[in-house]
Design a binder for this molecule. Sequence first.
Ligand code: FAD
Ligand code: FES
Ligand code: MG
Length: 279
Amino acid sequence: MFKIVRREEMAQGTVILNEIEASLIARKTKPGQFIILKANETGERIPLTVAEMDPEKGTITVIYMVVGKSTALFRDLKVGEGYQDVIGPLGKPTHIEKLGKVVCVGGGTGIAVLHPITRALKEIGNEVICIVGARSKDLLIMEELMRTASHKLHICTDDGSYGHHGFVTDVLRQVLEENDVKLVVGIGPVPMMKFLSQVTKEYQVNTMVSLNPIMIDGTGMCGGCRVTVGNETKFACIDGPEFDGHEVDYDELMLRLQAYQEDEKQSYEEYCTLTGISP
Ligand code: FAD
Ligand code: FES
Ligand code: MG
């Protein structure tokens, strides 16, 4: 068992942090890599990015949004309990390079995925401008951590309850107008990454996005995570999860993510009925 040693709730309990004992994974993981977790014998295999690794303590941290049955099952695990299986690190680490000015854009729990990448880009000597967004102030996560990981932090909320009233792409456009930006890293909901990539294409700035297709084995065997990038089929689990944002077929990715929506809804409702927790 991989024991949970710390558990925190964020964004009004919709986002959960679990610090998990997994010393071998903690030693090997690099920014941008992910793990696959199973809560119990019959549980689904769920991919989550390693948001933090502490090789000395032998722990890794995941931060996830509760969106369905398996993430609800994870949410209900207490400190001292644990995951039956944790596999990883998987995927290619982020290519971290000194380029000059870079912009890191995160939306929703994409901010958790972006945090170790932002920190590594700053540590290697880049000037890092960060833009983070959430639907409202209450749903914004990791503000102080992102402030420390970057040189400048812009905040956006869809409802205007905090920071800029509007989307991260509005602020991104302004930042690209005023700065000589060498790279944009964008991680968040698929529509956000799609529109962000359209903006950066206009300004001809290299763009990296992290894709989250449905994954099963995570090791290149099932084909479940296939995405089209530059008219070629790629497996996000072994060729990614990061890709050139200008080359991704986002519409296909969105369709494939919805493929099991009815079954997912039903299994979440059954889990809520069984546990007596309201969805
Ligand atoms: P469901 O109700 O089963 O699904 C909700 C939606 O999640 C689905 O419509 C589908 O779009 C997606 N989904 C379902 N099953 C899978 C699956 N096996 N693999 C991928 N997506 C699935 N989320 C976070 O909140 N934090 C992270 O750090 C994070 N990192 C990820 C890293 C990678 C490489 C990938 C591929 C996904 C990541 N995700 C992350 C998304 C997370 O895996 C899904 O939200 C989760 O699997 C949903 O499972 P569920 O049973 O709770 O919800
Ligand atoms: Fe099976 Fe990528 S998850 S090939
Ligand atoms: Mg599921």
